[in-house]
Design a protein. Structure first.
Length: 62
């Protein structure tokens, strides 16, 4: 999964502050986040346990 914040309908809104992407990016928020299939189940478990924020990404229409 590749998540590019610039393609999110909530890009540069107040929702960005508590999005999973912002919690894990260290290089800067202008670079896409790549989550591979092996990482995704672990991320979901962390989110379900309340140890990581949820992914708020919503692809822009169009």
């Amino acid at each position: 999964m590749i998540i590019d914040c610039k393609e999110c309908e909530m890009y540069q809104s107040s929702h960005c502050q508590d999005c999973f992407v912002m919690a894990v990016l260290t290089k800067g928020k202008d670079e896409p986040l790549v989550i591979d299939a092996e990482q995704e189940p672990a991320i979901v478990r962390l989110q379900e346990a309340g140890l990581a924020p949820v992914l708020r990404f919503r692809k822009k229409a169009g």
